[in-house]
Write a protein that binds this ligand. Structure first.
Ligand SMILES: Cc1ncc(COP(=O)(O)O)c(C=O)c1O
Length: 400
């Protein structure tokens, strides 16, 4: 065999459970099997959840008028203003200058970690959590620590666990609200406590990943920035989930700095953003149209998702061997495997289900070895007919 050139340790360490399980699925597809994929949170892969027409039209119009050049590094001014208005409407004073448009929230995360972290710094994230919060900090010398979400109490935040893990090296405290993969929505009281904790550590900034905020079924989801006059907060959001356009790759960060301590790090972020040029220009016009609309269409999409989620919860409740805390938002179910033998190796469970019954879900340990193992995550976005087939197959797998 030809000797291979070394890969960097940082790239070799990257894992992304949601896409890693696709490799065996693709092999099965190549053999002619049809796989029901429930691994990726992409509404466009499922029936009845399209990107709204008016957003698509605005994206297309930008292409037609040759608005295809590089844009300003922090985002086109109209979009920055519209995002600032949308954030201000959530209850805090956001100006266009506080907004930076990125190539999705994912790019915003990389930029934030690059600007905040030095060797030995930590990022404290919910356990379980969306995998890039584990994968990226290590690229910048940081480590990811997890705080516990209570699996027996709707994945409520364990505030004492956060308190016990805070110290000066925790530079970023992350709240994903609603959370992926568990769907828990933090109450205003939980958010206030989290802000109070962060505020007592002057080097700590809160990341509030609110990318699922419009998909809240509890009625109590609220903006973290709107509740903080002490801790600094970086709000993350974009078109991927609530605007049903994940392939456009547009998101943003909005900086709330009530104590004025983030000037230097913000300068670093701006340098990084200038050096990577800009986010997609026509896609930004598409997002702008979404923000300008009254978004009445969203309630239809949300109701459809809710019906599908309710169907899943009913089926799970009727299946011996599975349990699930009802999510408060987003479109995932984080399902507990109750049979201890099957639960000890959740990846083997997922691969068994894939090979024997051609249903693709993601192992819970991919979202947190400590707090997610013994579970699997599935999206609840397919039509009820497809979901009925999914649960019939899962039942057959558990019987077998
Ligand atoms: C919590 C969370 N944040 C961010 C993202 C990705 O956002 P974007 O598509 O804007 O990069 C996801 C995608 O699943 C997510 O679940």
């Amino acid at each position: 065999m030809v000797e291979q050139i070394d890969v960097s340790a940082r790239a070799a360490a990257i894992e992304y459970a949601i896409r890693d399980v696709v490799i065996p699925a693709v092999e099965l597809e190549a053999q002619g099997h049809e796989i029901i994929r429930l691994n990726i949170g992409d509404p466009l892969a499922y029936e009845g959840l399209p990107t709204p027409e008016h957003m698509v039209a605005s994206f297309k119009a930008a292409l037609d008028r040759q608005d295809n050049g590089y844009g300003p590094s922090y985002g086109i001014p109209e979009l920055r203003s519209a995002i600032a208005s949308a954030e201000s409407a959530k209850g805090w004073d956001c100006s266009a200058d506080d907004v930076y448009v990125t190539h999705g929230v994912t790019e915003a995360l990389q930029v934030i970690f690059a600007a905040f972290l030095e060797e030995g710094d930590a990022v404290l994230v919910p356990g379980p959590h969306y995998p890039p919060y584990m994968a990226y900090p290590q690229m910048y010398g940081g480590t990811t620590l997890e705080y516990r979400l209570d699996p027996d109490d709707g994945w409520r935040i364990d505030l004492d666990d956060i308190r016990s893990k805070m110290n000066d090296s925790v530079r970023l405290l992350v709240l994903i609200n609603p959370n992926n993969p568990t769907g828990n929505v933090a109450s205003p009281e939980e958010i206030d406590s989290l802000i109070e904790i962060a505020a007592s550590w002057p080097k700590c900034t809160i990341i509030a990943d609110e990318i699922y905020d419009g998909l809240d079924f509890t009625g109590h989801q609220c903006s973290v920035a709107s509740r903080s006059d002490s801790a600094s907060v970086i709000v993350l959001n974009g078109v991927s989930k609530v605007y049903f356009a994940p392939g456009w790759r547009v998101g943003y960060m909005a900086w709330h700095d009530p104590k004025g301590t983030l000037g230097a790090v913000r300068d670093g972020v701006e340098r990084l953003l200038r050096s990577r040029l800009c986010a997609s220009t026509p896609a930004q016009h598409g997002f702008l149209a979404g923000l300008a609309d009254d978004s009445g269409w969203l309630s239809d999409h949300r109701d459809r998702i809710r019906r599908r989620m309710d169907y899943c919860l009913e089926r799970i409740a009727s299946i011996d061997g599975l349990e699930c805390e009802a999510p408060g938002g987003a479109f995932y179910l984080f399902v507990r495997i109750t049979n201890p033998e099957l639960a000890t190796d959740d990846k083997a469970f997922v691969l068994g289900l894939l090979h024997q019954h051609h249903v693709l879900v993601v192992h819970g340990s991919g979202f947190s070895p400590e707090f997610g193992s013994g579970h699997f995550r599935m999206v609840c976005l397919p039509s009820v007919e497809v979901l009925a087939e999914v649960f019939d197959r899962i039942e057959a797998f558990l019987r077998g």
